[in-house]
Design a protein around this ligand. Sequence first.
Ligand SMILES: [Zn+2]
Length: 421
Amino acid sequence: MQNKVFVLDTNKKQLDPVHPAKARKLLDNGKAAVYRQHPFTIILKDTSEEDTDGYQIKIDPGSKVTGIAIVDGKKEVVWAAEIEHRGDYIKRRMDKRRVIRRSRRTRKTRYRPARFDNRRRPEGWLPPSLISRVANIETWVKRLQRLCPITAISYELTQFDTQRMENAEIEGVEYQQGELQGYTVRQYVLEKFDYQCAYCGKTDVPLEMEHIMPKVRGGTNRVSNLAASCISCNRKKGSQTAEEYGHREVQKQAKKPLKDAAAVNSIRWEVYNRLKKLCLPMEVGTGARTKYNRSQAECEKQHWLDAAFVGESGEGVDLDSEMQILNIKAQGHGRRQMCLIDKHGFPRTKPKDSKKVKGFQTGDMVRTVVTKGKKFGTYYGRVAVRKNGIFNIKTKGGTVQGVSHRYCNLLQFADGYGYAI
Ligand SMILES: [Zn+2]
């Protein structure tokens, strides 16, 4: 299956997405034109009074990749994408910039005593590498809102419902109670013990829920009485308590509730606050819930699938796990650096000119039909411009170097993202 095609009417009102075959028909009959290549959107040549279905956009934020899925009223996934973030790249660039600035400072200024700790960051400040991930998600939710009649958001906010888990620690809810409960407790305990055996520290072995005060001696099923343990340690420990077995620290660790995952994951909260400003009804889910829904559907872990499984509405979504989704890669909008430098930090090239060369800009999506010479063929991809009009084109199969601008046809302006086709 493929992603459905977004449809706008002539006034850019968002209509129900249609099957690619229907979109093809509309285009062939001249009733519509291509509005945008990625995500593929068509625009009708007429107005439409048809009522649209409600669509929910579901988001599973990740540090490297974020999954997005759009689900219709019948709980069917109609469109999905994965966004690859560039946080690591930004971090590397910032480190590099810092080195250059430092070296320049010692070269160009007289001695000044070091100043430190004299700057204040506004409350809620996040480093650029993190804020870029937040911005990526916000950008795409807003873009999709313009193409599809989205009426609700579903978002994975935290790893665990800490409120409920802490209550479980206090109240001692039985962990067999209800399937989800058991599933969540298991995840929670595993997370607490860092997916290691609490006694021997092994990681890549199956882990069991082990009672610190054994059940035969009146141990409860409270979360604070559970530890993650490998099978052999569990057996060796037998009916001893953790302390008798020589592991007092396990007892201590089990008593401590897991710190609020939200504090660790500041991006999720920042995204949440920004999405809230879109004034759409918002459902929040936990990572444990997502995992449970995925295990019920017996799907492999993929980011867009996780997005579809977020929250309570993620139970029983209708999807095809082989669906062809859109792969989006955050690329940024170019650099400010004027000259490239050599290994000594001296300028290696002339300051750069305008971003546009022969009407093209790095990042534009182009279709290139080369009719003669060594580069004979048709290429589709992201262009990198050179001042002399000889471009490189990054296609799915690799980079094609040295193609003249004369063969290039612009399909979509650079929008800060690359698309794999
Ligand atoms: Zn062990």
